[in-house]
Design a protein around this ligand. Structure first.
Ligand SMILES: *Cc1c(COP(=O)(O)O)cnc(C)c1O
Length: 561
């Protein structure tokens, strides 16, 4: 009996368990369906909201243009990958990189290249002799003022003073304030002096960094953290002028920010305020303007940007990396200026490079925040680290106290009068170049916008500017090539001041040569120069992957010993 009764029970239980599985699996199916629908709804909603934001931000036409260029970029990328094309492009890239290497990396019997530590350390005299040789390698002649920007020289006396300051503090590290109290004091004072220059309120604070790029990175990072902590923004966006420094893209790349670049007005070359306002949405963590920008030396409408920032309650960064120690002194030097500092209510952070017109040693910059809280959003603290409680204000860990000492010495020795005078000379040189081009090179060249500081950008409606750059280059000048529109700029520095007339004469010569070429003078069609080769190609490509490959090769070349 026991046996026979067991069968139905087990059958029953089998049946019931089967029913149960059927029921639960249909429930599971139901749940899965529901789940799938929810996920799908989220997916649609997310993309729908993105699409709405995009349409609102860029307009229907702008969205279509973006779409068109994305398609163009993609199809050109596919084209570049065709077997025959790909190998051809690669061989041209290799050839260009070979030329670059020949130029940058000296070889041959006269050159000793060190690929390993010397077995036995050199004597001081030997090292000094090597250093002398290295400093005398053939180079672009900045000493005659023929290089745009690049060398922010404050005179030989200042250089000697800086070297002395660096020597005294060469082993110091601000990470250890108890060991190097003097460095802490100098660093705090550098920040205080720069805060005062930019009319910061007493609530403000700042930090020193390794350069303008790090200053901009820190401003973006603190804005991102602020938006995350205070509003829960997890898909952060920043809005910057098309002319703003590439460091903003770097910040986007490092910190996962979507970077919206906004076109500038075609006449004033200041950022289009309406376009900025349209792009602001819940995810916007920062908007930025330059005072002035690197390409054209134009100061954006900071007051206009401030109005948007205040209305939408978002931080506004002013990039005064280049303006640095010129723009705060324009008025005192007797030149027109525009509002750019903390006097403008919406401005929440400012980057200022001491290593540009502050004439401090390279590797030194300051970033200022309207409130100490905003500054602290950039801090990094690791409370539970095995190595102890770790806290640092910026990207670096250990830093060079020698740079702080060199910077402090520069600020102290120049003083307000020193910087006012250098502003008068440098901006004066830029104004002479500007009026020289307007008067002597019209109608071949025209000035971009109305520059107010040290950079003068110029272009042409008739001439290829990259050919002009190559002609100038053959006369020993190194200007910066710009894109979109093709143009050149010169960033005046102290060495430029005594080279203005020489520059204008050589520019006239260069323009003449390019014009003669254009008229097909026999024998005048010289080989295509470097600037023309690079930017001629770069400008015409819808997909910049070739340029990326080239640029990667360029950086690799820099590390060939
Ligand atoms: C130089 C510069 C920067 C930062 O450049 P670094 O090379 O990192 O010092 C940022 N913005 C502008 C406008 C600049 O000219």
């Amino acid at each position: 009996m026991a046996g026979s009764s067991r069968v139905p029970v087990s059958l029953r239980s089998f049946a019931s368990s089967k029913k149960a599985t059927v029921r639960s699996s249909s429930l599971l199916v139901l749940n899965l369906d529901l789940f799938r629908n929810i996920v799908f709804a989220f997916f649609v909603l997310r993309h729908f909201r993105r699409a709405v934001r995009k349409l609102r931000g860029r307009g229907v036409f702008g969205t279509l243009v973006d779409f068109y260029s994305a398609v163009q970029r993609y199809s050109y990328g596919v084209f570049l990958n065709f077997p025959g094309i790909r190998s051809k492009v690669q061989s041209q890239v290799d050839e260009a990189l070979k030329r670059l290497e020949d130029k940058l990396v000296p070889k041959g019997p006269g050159v000793t290249r060190y690929h390993e530590l010397p077995k036995e350390g050199m004597t001081e005299l030997q090292v000094k002799a090597e250093l002398k040789k290295l400093s005398e390698m053939e180079h672009a002649s900045w000493e005659e003022g023929k290089v745009s920007g690049a060398v922010y020289h404050g005179g030989d006396d200042l250089l000697n003073l800086q070297s002395e300051a660096s020597r005294i503090f060469s082993i110091s590290n601000p990470m250890h304030p108890d060991v190097f109290p003097g460095v802490r004091k100098m660093e705090a004072e550098i920040v205080a002096m720069v805060l005062a220059m930019f009319n910061a309120p007493s609530s403000a604070g700042g930090i020193t960094t390794s350069g303008g790029t790090e200053s901009i990175l820190m401003a973006c990072l603190s804005a991102r953290t602020k938006a995350y902590v205070e509003r829960g923004v997890s898909e952060p966006e920043i809005i910057v002028p098309s002319t703003a420094h590439a460091a903003f893209d770097k910040a986007g790349h490092y910190f996962g920010l979507t970077v919206h670049r906004v076109a500038v007005d075609s006449v004033t070359l200041k950022v289009d305020l309406k376009a900025v306002a349209r792009l602001v949405n819940y995810n916007t963590v920062l908007i930025a303007g330059s005072a002035p920008n690197f390409p054209h030396g134009i100061i954006d409408d900071i007051v206009g940007l401030s109005k948007i920032a205040l209305r939408r309650r978002i931080p506004l960064h002013v990039d005064a990396c280049l303006g640095s120690f010129l723009i705060p002194f324009l008025e005192k030097a007797g030149y027109p200026t525009e509002p750019f500092d903390f006097h403008v209510k919406g401005v929440t952070s400012i980057s200022c490079d001491t290593h540009k017109y502050g004439f401090a040693p390279m590797g030194s910059s300051v970033v200022l925040f309207r409130t100490k809280k905003l500054r602290s959003y950039g801090y990094f603290i690791s409370a539970a680290w095995t190595g102890g409680v770790y806290a640092s204000p910026s990207l670096a860990g250990s830093r060079a106290g020698s740079l702080i000492a060199g910077t402090w010495a520069s600020l102290m020795s120049q003083g307000e009068n020193g910087y006012t005078n250098s502003c008068r000379d440098i901006v004066g040189a830029a104004k002479e170049i500007e009026s020289g081009i307007r008067e002597r090179l019209h109608p071949d060249l025209y000035i971009l916008g109305e520059p107010m500081v040290s950079v003068v950008a110029f272009s042409s409606k008739t001439l290829n500017m990259y050919e002009v750059a190559d002609e100038l280059s053959s006369l020993g000048w190194h200007l910066n090539a710009l894109q979109d529109p093709p143009a050149l700029h010169i960033a005046c520095t102290r060495p430029t001041v005594s080279a203005v007339e020489k520059f204008l004469k050589d520019l006239e010569k260069a323009v003449q040569s390019v014009k003669l070429r254009g008229e097909g003078e026999p024998g005048s069609r010289a080989a295509v120069g470097e600037t023309t080769a690079l930017y001629g190609v770069a400008g015409s490509l819808p997909n910049k992957s070739v340029i990326n490959t080239m640029a990667t090769g360029f950086i690799d070349t820099l590390y060939k010993a």
